[in-house]
Ligand binder design. Structure first.
Ligand code: ZN
Length: 160
């Protein structure tokens, strides 16, 4: 079986930056995704098409095909009152917020005072070249309900 749309693919992968620093990894078949459903970044998904179980490869993904370029306009000052009043706001803290298309985004606090908080809503990996070392562990047909939901359910199928 070759990887194609509507297949559930299990991978082992190691993700490193250009300095060889490990950003993320998944071993023992703990990572599965639905191919063709934009569950993973395009640069990696495209490379996986037509691969088979046992295939190993490395791919360098540009920010364009990864988490995007850094956008300086996504660093902005927002009123302190947008954050919980009873919580200390400090640089480095991360919050979930709603993005322009209703998606959940993570914002990082850069600076904070009593009136304003400077936040960065760029993805932490925006502007970073990503180096994936990948092994294809398993491929199966997706269940109809997985295709409908656009994501993978566990080995036993999960309930919402
Ligand atoms: Zn589901």
């Amino acid at each position: 079986m070759k990887i194609a749309d509507k297949h559930v693919v299990t991978l082992n992968y190691t993700l490193t930056d250009n300095d060889g620093e490990v950003i993320d990894q998944s071993q023992d078949g703990s990572f599965a995704y639905l191919h063709g459903a934009q569950n993973i970044i395009p640069g990696l998904e495209n490379e996986l098409t037509d691969k088979q179980v046992g295939d190993k490869f490395t791919v360098k993904v540009s920010p364009q095909d990864g988490y995007g370029e850094r956008d300086d306009s996504r660093v902005e000052d927002v009123p302190r009152e947008m954050f919980p009043q009873d919580q200390e706001i400090e640089p480095g803290m991360m919050f979930h917020a709603q993005g322009p298309n209703g998606e959940t985004i993570t914002v990082t606090v850069l600076e904070a005072n009593d009136q304003t908080v400077k936040i960065d809503s760029n993805h932490a990996l925006a502007g970073v070249e990503l180096n994936f070392d990948v092994e294809v562990m398993d491929i199966r047909e997706a269940q109809d309900v997985e295709i409908e939901h656009g994501h993978v359910h566990g080995p036993d199928g999960h309930h919402h």
